[in-house]
Design a protein around this ligand. Structure first.
Ligand SMILES: Nc1ncnc2c1ncn2[C@@H]1O[C@H](COP(=O)(O)OP(=O)(O)O)[C@@H](O)[C@H]1O
Ligand SMILES: [Mg+2]
Length: 284
């Protein structure tokens, strides 16, 4: 297993007592697998990624990367978080190069071989479509372009695992779709083990090999769905496919806190829409 979580749980202690953020969780992630995590706000998704990244200790259990326990942050793990921004005083290319200048990454980066580094930065900038903007500054870029640069920066150290926490959450729908397509392209050509948190069920399904659905806080795994659409068939159009919509409805029903069979039965019996059903249930 590339990544193993064994009984990983988290509670925060504060003045008002302990907050149970994440119920003990087991998860195995294979090399190259892309896992989407969906669940209600506050169910511990970000907490989980912070723990896997070694940025925060778990209060129970352990995370292993390639069989070794994760005890702190390292370059093996690439991060792309929601509020991440570029350094405004560095050009696009300098931003992408930045992680390679950090001492903790120097041992990992192709040591001394500046040519190879430059080639790698160039290929990443081309991959995300920013080569022509390499000498520009973040303020000159659109939101989507900035996120593409953030993605290139996350990949420059060739991490073993990529953790993405709602990376496209702040983008408009069209730009978001472009980022999804870019990520699909990336996955197809450079398999990288990824945990991807999103609120968007379409996005979760489109990208993933497996979707893990969490319950309300303290988050526990309600279901894990295998997503088997061929990689070559994955594009925005897939979102309209019948099998895709079927899996989407299944996940939506889980997120609403009802098994799908029950949702279907209610609709068959009463001919109600989802909205009517929810209103009738006192906003559950
Ligand atoms: N540093 C912290 N101190 C105390 N409570 C926290 C802290 N970080 C997160 N929490 C709480 O833990 C729960 C899970 O948070 P989070 O992982 O951010 O959820 P999600 O990302 O799924 O929305 C929430 O109730 C949140 O308020
Ligand atoms: Mg979060």
């Amino acid at each position: 297993m590339k990544l193993s979580l064994r009984g990983v749980g988290k509670s925060y202690s504060g003045r008002g007592g302990a907050t149970n953020a994440l119920a003990p969780l087991d998860m195995d992630v294979r090399e190259g697998e892309f896992i989407s995590l969906v669940g209600p706000s506050g169910c511990g998704k970000s907490t989980l990624l912070h723990i896997v990244a070694g940025l925060e200790p778990a209060t129970a259990g352990a995370v292993e990367l390639d069989g070794e326990r994760v005890l702190g942050p390292g370059a093996e793990i690439g991060l792309m978080f929601q509020q991440q921004t570029l350094f405004p005083w560095l050009s696009v290319r300098e931003n992408v190069r930045f992680p390679l200048t950090l001492a903790r990454n120097r041992a990992r980066a192709p040591g001394g071989a500046r040519d190879r580094q430059a080639a790698r930065i160039e290929s990443l900038l081309r991959l995300v479509g920013l080569w022509d903007f390499r000498d520009g500054y973040p303020a000159e870029l659109s939101g989507g372009m900035q996120q593409r640069a953030v993605l290139a920066r996350a990949l420059v150290v060739q991490p073993e695992v990529l953790l993405m926490d709602e990376p496209f959450g702040a983008l408009d729908a069209q730009t978001r779709e472009q980022m999804q397509e870019l990520l699909l392209h990336l996955i197809q050509h450079h398999r990288i083990t990824t945990l991807f948190v999103t609120h968007d069920v379409d996005e979760a399904l489109l990208l993933a090999d497996r979707v893990v659905v969490f319950s309300e806080r303290p988050g526990r795994v309600l279901a894990t769905l295998d997503v088997t659409f061929a990689r070559a068939a994955r594009s925005s159009e897939l979102k309209l496919d019948e099998a895709f919509l079927h899996q989407k409805r299944e996940i939506m029903a889980l997120l609403r806190g009802r098994p799908r069979s029950e949702t279907q039965r209610d609709r068959l019996l009463f001919g109600l829409t989802h909205t009517q059903l929810e209103q009738g249930e006192g906003g559950s």
